[in-house]
Design a protein around this ligand. Structure first.
Ligand code: GFB
Length: 300
């Protein structure tokens, strides 16, 4: 989802000479393949959006896959970028790198100041390693590798599998299918009380390209949050989704499912100071994504 949004934005803003590979064409966990790719193509600017990602259940069910695959991807790509003289690399992290009970909103300086949320510790550790890989390569080798920490993303090309997806696509699909099948209740995981912040993936892509074009590692100082700075409860999100999809039945909460971290609202003052602000409102973004879902994904 993130990589395809960056690709769309680069193409629509007139960039040419773009190089990409699908997962089937290039396995980023394989060091030999990554080395050969960089030596052949010699990219100058790299967006490292590839990652093993998933929602709360996928993260807690497959922690070994999440830590292993993400560490391998980051180590292989960042090292090959250094070896092949990449001018600038942008690494995408995640807001789950922050301590579970950090003060809100989350400032960049709170990294590594407390215990992580247990449902996604494996993923968070891998993403923290990626940030530090960039930092230490810059420190030792003088590279210009920047990192960004996006909040929870949503939009076209998301994963709509109910077991492995994030909350936004899961609720879209659940409410849509309940409406189509005339079902009178939809089950939402957890208590509905956790608060989450959501950023449309096209805004995220815009921010990444803006930072790549305008700012260096020295300006950014290690990494910068990308978000909207506003959040809502999962219960509020469920009601908003029901309204947009047109579902009129009951919403039930399954409290046997985990809540995850209680809140992770990003402090976006650093990003605003660098001259970028999100444009797509939550309602507009969900409406647009639902239109995409109806055209591309819905089960017939
Ligand atoms: O989006 P989500 O899976 O991940 O869940 P996290 C957010 C909240 O929504 C949790 C609740 O409190 C879930 O219990 N929720 C309610 C649901 N209904 C559903 C549902 O049907 N499906 C899902 N998936 N959740 C992830 C991390 O945390 O955030 C990743 O695990 C990553 O590592 C990502 O950082 C951005 O926001 O809790």
């Amino acid at each position: 989802m993130a990589g395809s949004a960056i690709k769309r934005k680069l193409e629509s803003s007139g960039h040419t000479n773009l190089i990409y590979r699908s997962h089937a064409e290039l396995d980023l966990t394989n060091q030999e393949e990554v080395t050969a790719f960089f030596e052949k193509e010699r990219p100058e600017y790299v967006f490292l959006a590839a990652a093993k990602v998933g929602g709360i259940l996928a993260n807690s069910t497959y922690p070994a896959e999440f830590i292993y695959q993400n560490l391998m991807i980051e180590a292989n790509v960042i090292h090959a970028a250094y070896k092949n003289g990449v001018k600038k690399l942008l690494f995408l992290g995640s807001s789950c790198i922050y301590p579970k009970l950090a003060p809100q909103p989350l400032k960049e300086e709170y990294l590594l100041t407390g215990e992580l949320e247990e449902t996604n510790e494996a993923y968070a550790i891998a993403k923290i390693a990626g940030i530090r890989l960039c930092k230490h390569y810059n420190q030792q080798y003088g590279t210009n590798f920047i990192s960004v920490m996006p909040t929870n993303l949503y939009g076209p090309n998301d994963n709509f599998d109910l077991q492995t997806s994030h909350v936004m696509p899961a609720l879209m699909r659940k409410f849509h299918e309940a409406k189509i099948k005339n079902e009178h209740q939809v089950i939402v995981w957890g208590t509905g009380k956790p608060r989450r912040e959501f950023l449309h993936v096209d805004d995220m892509a815009d921010a990444c390209i803006y930072l790549m074009e305008n700012w260096t590692y020295n300006d950014i100082e290690e990494f910068v949050n990308i978000g909207v700075g506003k959040d809502l409860t999962i219960c509020e999100l469920a009601k908003l989704m029901a309204d947009i999809v047109g579902y009129k039945g009951t919403i039930l909460f399954d409290t046997t499912k985990p809540d995850g971290t209680p809140q992770k609202r990003l402090d976006v003052s650093k990003l605003h100071g660098l001259g970028w602000d999100a444009r797509i409102s939550l309602r507009d973004g969900i409406v647009q994504t639902y239109e995409w879902y109806l055209e591309n994904v819905q089960t017939k």
